[in-house]
Design a binder for this molecule. Structure first.
Ligand SMILES: CC(C)=CCC/C(C)=C/CC/C(C)=C/COP(=O)(O)O
Length: 299
């Protein structure tokens, strides 16, 4: 004789508490005539009714009506005559996805690795963190990549500029910084990924979308600005290396401060790099927007 079927928590099927008044009724596979092997509905209902309200939504709960044992005609011993009332609809989080796609599994794994790495790298997230003493330095780096000094600095240099070539570069840098601000705000508002739980929200001058973390605005700006500078300023090699290092360390500091997950910064770098290509494509010059450059003609 086969042993009785067991529910996931190890109890024999039909022995669980809160099974909806016994769970076995005529017409149900759990009903006595089919022995223990047909008790799946009872088991699943029992499991569902035992769940605590805050239980993990991604747990593998199987909707009884989706069980192969309950598919119409798939269980040869099920009595056909007795009508069954339709099971009450279950909340979405109680259903198991039976065939998660490869992409879904890959994405979930990537996110799990991302969260784990970000937590481990967040060594300056608080004063009491392992590298908490380096926090002021990280915050200084944060200001070096903030939108306010970059916008204000570029506007000031543009105002003081006395050459047409300089003005052209600075107008485009201003355009790049504004474009970056708008695109990052749009993406943040669209994706709405929360900042890591270990982040302290003590950032200097933020917008409301800056409560979201994807993508990192500092990383997009670092990639955009450094690519811009490397293209349009003639600099000695050590300075060029310094600019690339600054961008990389700024991105790393976002994760170390606990402001971002690694993927926020990685995508931010990629997005900033692409943004430069957009700026380059729509390059503003006295030939295509004479009106803007005419602002200086009376000076
Ligand atoms: C002139 C004007 C309105 C400037 C606004 C500049 C501004 C507030 C930029 C936001 C910078 C910021 C806090 C970005 C967030 O960076 P994450 O790396 O934390 O995403």
């Amino acid at each position: 004789m086969s042993s009785p079927r067991r529910s996931v928590d190890g109890r024999p099927a039909g022995s669980g508490a809160g099974a909806g008044g016994g769970g076995s009724h005529p017409g149900s596979p759990a009903h006595g005539s089919h022995g223990g092997s047909g008790g799946s509905k009872f088991e699943f209902q029992s499991l569902l009714s035992n769940r605590s309200p805050g239980a993990e939504p991604s747990s593998a709960w199987l909707r009884a009506s989706e069980s192969p044992l309950h598919r119409r005609g798939s269980f040869p011993l099920a009595p056909a005559a007795a009508p069954q009332p339709p099971p009450p609809p279950l909340p979405e989080e109680d259903c198991m996805k039976l065939n998660p796609s490869f992409l879904g599994i890959a994405l979930r794994s990537l996110l799990a690795i991302d969260l784990w790495m970000s937590k481990r790298l967040g060594v300056c997230a608080g004063e009491k963190s392992s590298w908490g003493s380096a926090r002021p330095l990280m915050k200084l780096l944060e200001i070096s990549g903030h939108g306010v000094p970059w916008l204000a600095g570029t506007a000031y240099c543009l105002y003081r500029s006395d050459s047409w070539a300089g003005r052209e570069v600075l107008v485009n840098l201003l355009f790049a910084l504004l474009l970056d601000l708008v695109l990052v705000a749009l993406l943040k508002g669209l994706v709405r990924r929360r900042r890591p739980s270990h982040n302290q929200m003590d950032m200097f001058f933020t917008f409301s979308v800056d409560k979201y973390s994807f993508p990192s605005g500092h990383a997009t700006r670092a990639a955009l600005v450094s690519r811009f500078i490397l293209h349009h300023l003639v600099l000695a090699i050590p300075l060029r290396v310094l600019i690339v290092l600054w961008a990389f360390i700024l991105g790393l500091s976002r994760v170390m401060l606990g402001r971002h997950n690694v993927t926020d910064v990685a995508f931010g770098f990629f997005f900033g790099y692409i943004q430069y290509s957009i700026v380059d494509y729509f390059w503003l010059s006295p030939f295509n927007i004479p009106a803007v450059f005419a602002l200086w003609s009376h000076k």
